[in-house]
Design a protein around this ligand. Structure first.
Ligand code: 5GP
Length: 112
């Protein structure tokens, strides 16, 4: 159980930008760019290391939804970044897979 389960269950508020039966997208509480949304599966998977072959459909679904949400938020044409942090070296702080959708300004590369 993480804070994201509480957001899914509407026990704590979030600025939701998209929701369906499989996933939820909401604005990051500490945005790193003008657009910073987290796209999560409603079924919790702790990290990318826990993804199983049986999760392929769900993970693929998220990859279809991410660009749709980027279009909805108006960042698709100029560009955006999708990020999935995994474990300590990547700075993962919530053990429920989340895709960061980041855009609205030019982003530096490589990451620090
Ligand atoms: P991570 O570092 O695990 O890749 O990303 C976790 C993200 O979740 C962070 O960017 C953080 O700002 C965001 N976050 C943590 N708690 C909350 C919360 O309660 N509400 C929202 N909207 N975002 C949160």
């Amino acid at each position: 159980m993480t804070i994201f389960d509480k957001i899914i269950n509407k026990e704590i508020p979030a600025q939701i930008v998209f929701e369906d039966e499989k996933c939820l997208a909401f604005r990051d509480i500490n945005p790193q760019a003008p657009v910073h949304v987290l796209l999560i599966p409603k079924r919790p998977i702790p990290t990318m290391n826990d993804v199983q072959p049986s999760d392929a459909e769900l993970m693929g679904y998220l990859m279809v939804k991410a660009p749709e949400i980027a279009k909805q938020l108006g960042v698709a044409e100029k560009g955006y970044r999708l990020v999935i942090n995994t474990n300590a070296h990547a700075g993962q702080t919530v053990s429920h897979i989340h895709i960061h959708i980041i855009g609205g300004r030019a982003l530096s590369w490589p990451p620090g």
